[in-house]
Design a protein around this ligand. Structure first.
Ligand SMILES: [Zn+2]
Ligand SMILES: [Zn+2]
Length: 242
């Protein structure tokens, strides 16, 4: 069976205490699996054990490839309230090459359907964000149809997140609904491991089952093809050396 994804665009390193591998370990695993690229997307400073802001600023000193795997410099930034506010400043997000925006317990202060819907509708318009991370947990209900349509309108990729499907309440059913709507409205997605340990990088078996079960078209899975990801990043960052 071929790999479903060529680039894992949501991965963590041990700069957060609840993750357990280094960037080099992640890249070595990615290379062994045959991935072409990863995005390093550690938690923004608002997460209780998130990375320090200097972690994000200093990523520019990293080599472009590690173990022959291209590394996109990124973050998983927190959506913190119903206005779509984020816990990183624009000047720190702007240089990053891959920004996943997610809602997390302990950080997002509004768990109502109205609040989460308003937050996503606002976040959709933020030009610094590339991906809407794991919008599939029961903790943060929202009106899927208008939000997903707006994500497409503003070229935000919708994430199907392996770790959420496996570990987070409601995420299996909600991911099926997201895929159903994305298929109907031709909304591009990414499938990511959200791994917190290197051995899990690039592995998305639960998501793969959902793709097959829903008959989701592969052409809408952007990271099934690294070239499509490259073009997406180059459009936002003209002149980038990838
Ligand atoms: Zn997350
Ligand atoms: Zn994550």
């Amino acid at each position: 069976m071929g790999l479903l994804i060529e680039a894992d665009l949501h991965t963590h390193t041990l700069v957060s205490n609840h993750a357990y591998s280094t960037l080099k370990e992640n890249c070595a695993s990615a290379a062994a699996l045959g991935l072409k690229a990863i995005a390093m997307t550690d938690h923004s400073p608002g997460t209780p054990d998130g990375a320090h802001i200097l972690h994000f600023i200093n990523q520019r000193t990293l080599p472009r490839t590690v173990c022959d795997v291209t590394v996109l410099r990124g973050a998983e930034v927190n959506i913190t309230d119903s206005t779509g506010a984020l816990d990183m400043e624009e000047r720190h997000l702007a240089p990053l090459e891959w920004v996943v925006a997610s809602m997390h317990n302990r950080v997002m202060n509004d768990h109502t359907r109205e609040g989460c819907t308003a937050a996503y509708l606002a976040v959709a318009e933020n030009p610094l964000i590339d991906v809407i991370g794991h919008c599939t947990t029961d903790s943060f209900p929202f009106d899927m149809e208008p939000c997903l349509k707006k994500f497409k309108e503003y070229e935000k990729l919708v994430e199907i997140n392996e770790s959420s499907v496996v570990y987070r309440n409601g995420s299996l059913q909600n991911s099926i609904e997201v895929l159903r709507l994305c298929k109907r409205y031709e909304i591009p997605i990414v499938i990511d491991s959200d791994c917190h340990f290197c051995d899990l990088i690039g592995l998305v078996p639960a998501a793969e089952q959902l793709i097959e079960g829903t008959g989701f078209p592969k052409r809408l899975i952007i990271n099934a093809d690294w070239e499509r990801v490259r073009k997406f990043v180059q459009k936002r960052h003209p002149g980038i050396d990838i």
